[in-house]
Design a binder for this molecule. Structure first.
Ligand code: MG
Length: 259
């Protein structure tokens, strides 16, 4: 079993930097980054002294609909025979701690706690057996959704694509086995979703292989693997946290759009 490594991205003296966590409080500064390769610097930085950036800069986010049986049941939809994929734009990405903004167009904006897969190298037509080599690591992901617009529009682009609708982080974690991790979503400290990634209908490597037969995955691209039951709305002033065992906790406040 590979060693579990946690990386974070942040601004340090106006410069974007990466660090590798040494423990819960401190990290070692990197020259380079976890996708292209790096060397560790001598410098040690305290997590408390930096503002985290999203630990991936996707060209696209490929998200999966209905990948947990209990969620398909709660929304009364039939299980797909193949992974059901949709896109979220890169412009929806926000960092840990950054507010999710409820747009004035929607009356119901939901959280969806998900395991996020970050692609490490260009992937086209890869096999399930080879898929692991194309994965840079894992993140917590919140597939924020304007539920009313999702039903109204029939297709999902508007509902899934508002700015701030793709919080991800806090760390990019590699060396972790994603096949059976506990995942919870809390709203204001109360557990709303709770599952294990072993419940995914289409597991991580199957998703990477399947999507790579449709579109080329680029380094930094994120696959949001789907949500479990317990979806529900967020209100301005709420705080939402997606926690995945070994991977971390992603917390974002919720606010209303100013116009
Ligand atoms: Mg989702």
């Amino acid at each position: 079993m590979a060693e579990i490594e946690r990386f974070c991205r942040f601004n340090l003296e106006e410069k974007e930097s990466w660090g590798r966590l040494m423990n819960k409080e401190t990290m070692r500064l990197l020259r380079g980054n976890p996708l292209d390769g790096f060397e560790e610097e001598e410098a040690v930085v305290s997590l408390a002294n930096v503002r985290l950036l999203p630990p991936a800069s996707p060209s696209k986010i490929v998200a999966i609909g209905l990948n947990y049986r209990d969620h398909a049941e709660e929304v009364k939809l039939k299980l797909p025979e193949e992974p059901l994929i949709f896109l979220k734009p890169s412009t929806a990405v926000i960092a840990p701690g950054e507010p999710i903004v409820i747009p004035s167009m929607s009356q119901r904006v939901d959280y969806e706690g998900e395991l996020g897969v970050v692609i490490g190298k260009r992937a086209k037509d890869v096999s399930k057996d080879d898929a692991g080599a194309f994965i840079a690591g894992y993140v917590c992901f919140n597939d924020v959704t304007a539920r009313d617009l999702q039903y109204k529009d029939k297709q999902w682009t508007r509902a899934k694509s508002f700015d701030t609708f793709a919080p991800l982080g806090p760390f990019l974690v590699r060396g972790v086995d994603p096949s059976d991790l506990a995942l919870t979503t809390k709203l204001n400290g109360k557990v709303m979703q709770s599952t294990r990634t072993s419940q995914l209908i289409f597991p991580v490597k199957t998703l990477v292989a399947f999507i790579s037969r449709v579109m080329t995955l680029l380094p930094g691209d994120v696959i949001a693997t789907g949500t479990t039951s317990g979806i529900g709305p967020m209100q301005p002033g709420d705080e939402v946290t997606v926690t995945i065992e070994e991977i971390g906790s992603l917390t974002n406040p919720v606010m209303r759009a100013e116009r």
